[in-house]
Design a protein around this ligand. Structure first.
Ligand code: SAH
Length: 240
């Protein structure tokens, strides 16, 4: 069984300067190679684990060092989750890449993220040209993520403090929803706020304690299907 640890597009709407320096960084090339290798290893376990060039390009354009605390910068381009304070983590880049892939979003799509954390996953989605709405329960993290994303030139991301289990109804429906903390069950509001044919990617904790990355699809006829992909490790989705 494969365990991936988290426990923790178009760049029209963000600074070109930022994109340029990220592309020229050899550490980012190494990170992309690690993500590819990790995807291959997972594919051997689950059959397929494709990460598209568009998603890898989006990852390559984000300067992850800006999303980790100063003393963690040395490890910013390691394919690993890192602490970001308040007992939370920035997700492992492979997991960010794969969750992003599963969402199947492109330019102009509205995406809801639950668990802004450092703002890194939101930046990757923004690089694909998505309109990103992100909810974070810890006010300090929400404010810091919003400021960082703004400073880096991401105009297509909004962050707010709140309980993400309720979604963000004002901007619904969303083409996709991504939850970056592990839930005991699927919050009904998140399915309700999806478009027909929308996708929800969420780590779910099973009664035995194992966490499974899960893809929920809401079909045009209203049916909801569920597919468990592989085991993961995320911080808990809090009840606030
Ligand atoms: N996506 C983040 C990873 C965040 S870790 C990144 O790229 O850095 C999970 C985050 O979910 C934590 O910041 C945690 O505070 C937040 N969280 C936990 N429960 C939540 C809830 N009910 N609503 C919104 N955010 C929540």
């Amino acid at each position: 069984m494969w365990i991936a640890s988290n426990a923790p597009g178009s760049s029209t709407s963000k600074g070109e300067e930022n994109s340029q320096s990220a592309r020229d960084d050899p550490r980012i090339e190494a990170l992309i190679a690690s993500i590819r290798a990790h995807a291959q290893a997972v594919a051997m376990e689950i059959g397929a684990c494709d990460i598209s060039p568009a998603v890898l390009r989006a990852i390559a354009r984000v300067r992850r060092e800006k999303f980790v605390p100063r003393h963690e910068r040395m490890l910013a381009y390691a394919d690993a989750a890192l602490p970001i304070g308040h007992g939370q983590t920035i997700s492992q880049p492979f997991i960010v890449a794969y969750m992003t892939e599963l969402l199947k979003v492109g330019a102009g799509d509205r995406v809801l993220e639950i668990g802004s954390g450092s703002g890194y996953q939101a930046a990757v989605l923004a690089e694909l040209g998505a309109q990103v709405y992100s909810v974070e329960t810890i006010p300090e993290l929400a404010v810091a993520a919003q400021h960082k994303l703004q400073a880096l030139g991401y105009r297509n991301v909004r962050v707010r403090t709140g309980d993400g289990r309720k979604g963000w109804p004002e901007f619904a429906p969303y083409r996709a929803v991504v939850v970056t903390a592990v839930a005991e069950s699927i919050p009904p509001a998140l399915v309700a706020q999806l478009v027909a044919d929308g996708r929800l990617v969420i780590p779910l904790r099973e009664p035995g304690g194992e966490q499974w990355l899960t893809l929920i699809e809401k079909h045009a006829d209203g049916r909801v299907s569920r597919k468990e992909l592989f085991r993961v490790r995320f911080v808990p989705l809090r009840h606030s």
